[in-house]
Design a protein around this ligand. Structure first.
Ligand code: HEC
Ligand code: HEC
Length: 352
């Protein structure tokens, strides 16, 4: 137990929450709350406001039970997080961090490590590690193997039809009855969120201490996966790329750039033999180690639909922009693309 409810109740105002990247869903705010925030009668510097927002289910990815103290103030009896904490964001339509909810869009502003490190239940050593994780990154394997190498929070849209899930393709079609994404959903639900349920993967030497019959996870997996599969990748906003250049870039993608040898098919992943994975050396990211902590010890070819939406790129976030991605491939792969060609290829990536 991380005792996060106590921390939030005592010290986490909406301003603090927004500063660590938490998002507020404006669509569930009542008119009175919106007016209060606008005229300043509801303070965003008061932890009590956070509790009021949680009771409205307005803090994306945070669910809690709020009740009244004898003096009328609010208290947070219990709380938990959901997948939306990391895998949803908002469009900032009301103000920075407050707007319409966008499920599947990775929250790259979120600083999960800083949030976890607020827990009074952790040792100073553990806190130091969590505090070292930058915005938009999280290490889902740290709890299990103790190694510290966080990866970017990936997009959770456009997953329908993918033969493998995760950067390293740990969830494959054969592994779990309900498909590749269900494998990782179970991993997260049981190992990360400590939901009551069963997880076993002999490839990772993982088996949780499961009590027969104590399973609240399995029955939820089909609906969860169906929802994820219903979220398609967002199309690029108008006028965000040059169409003529993108058309030339498309030729380069399958020609001189050789990108299509791995990023093939409508999802731009490798679908050969039902989902081919690639060895450690196939990634042009700076970090080479994360792959060794996975079940497959190989890379999945990251799907590229909606890629315009979520910089930085690669599992380690080592390319700030799509221009950097193309420059990296050009250099590592000795592709010999001219500056103009690199520009064209970049515009094509922006159009996907
Ligand atoms: C604290 C942040 C965080 C939370 C909360 C979280 N995830 Fe993730 N999720 C990640 C990170 C980081 C990865 C990348 C892991 C990897 O690929 O090795 C990931 C990967 C995934 C993927 C793989 C996507 C792909 O490209 O194949 C799926 C699916 C997913 N998460 C679903 C969930 C579900 C379902 C929940 C809730 C039960 C959840 N996540 C909660 C951070 C989070
Ligand atoms: C040998 C197979 C292979 C080839 C060829 C290849 N890629 Fe990739 N690509 C990958 C793999 C594997 C990853 C995931 C690497 C990682 O995150 O460490 C990736 C990741 C990416 C990403 C980052 C996606 C994200 O969400 O972070 C982009 C963009 C990309 N590739 C574009 C290209 C372009 C453009 C080319 C051609 C110039 C290309 N790739 C050629 C295998 C390949």
């Amino acid at each position: 137990m991380l005792h996060m409810n106590e921390v939030i109740e005592a010290a986490v105002s909406p301003t603090v929450a927004l500063s660590v990247g938490l998002k507020v869903d404006a669509t569930v705010l009542t008119d009175a709350v919106v007016a209060g925030i606008q005229d300043g009668s509801i303070s965003l510097d008061d932890p009590q406001t956070t509790l009021a927002l949680i009771s409205l289910n307005a803090v994306v990815g945070v669910q809690g039970e709020v009740s009244n103290n004898a003096d009328g103030t609010l208290k947070l009896d219990r709380m938990g997080i959901t997948c939306a904490l990391c895998h949803s964001t908002v469009d900032d339509s009301f103000t920075d961090g407050i707007g319409n909810r966008l499920d599947g869009w990775p929250n790259r502003d979120l600083i999960p490590g800083a949030i976890i490190a607020l827990s009074p239940a952790l040792t100073a050593e553990q806190k130091a590690i969590y505090n070292s994780w930058p915005a938009g990154k999280y290490d889902p394997r740290f709890d299990h193997d103790g190694l510290n190498n966080p990866v970017v929070i990936p997009a959770a849209y456009g997953l329908y039809g993918l033969p493998n899930s995760t950067f390293t393709g740990d969830g494959d079609v054969e592994h779990e009855p309900a498909g590749p994404v269900a494998y990782w959903n179970r991993f997260v639900a049981v190992n990360e969120m400590h939901g009551h349920g069963f997880f076993e993967d002999t490839r990772l030497n993982m088996l949780n201490d499961y009590r027969e019959g104590d399973d609240l996870v399995t029955d939820n997996l089909p609906a969860l996966q169906a929802y994820q599969y219903s979220i398609s990748a967002p199309t690029p906003p108008a006028n965000t790329f040059n169409a003529d250049q993108a058309a030339r870039g498309k030729e380069l993608f399958s020609g001189k750039g050789q990108c299509v040898t791995c990023h093939s098919g409508p999802l731009f992943t490798d679908v050969i033999d039902g989902g081919k994975l690639h060895p450690q050396s196939a990634s042009v990211a700076v970090d080479k180690d994360y792959v060794n902590r996975s079940a497959t010890k190989q890379w999945r070819v990251t799907p590229l639909k909606g890629i315009w939406q979520h910089p930085p790129y690669f599992h380690d976030g080592s390319a700030e922009t799509l221009t950097d991605v193309v420059a990296r491939y050009n250099q590592v792969g000795k592709l010999g693309l001219s500056t103009a060609e690199q520009g064209d290829l970049t515009e094509y990536l922006k159009s996907l």
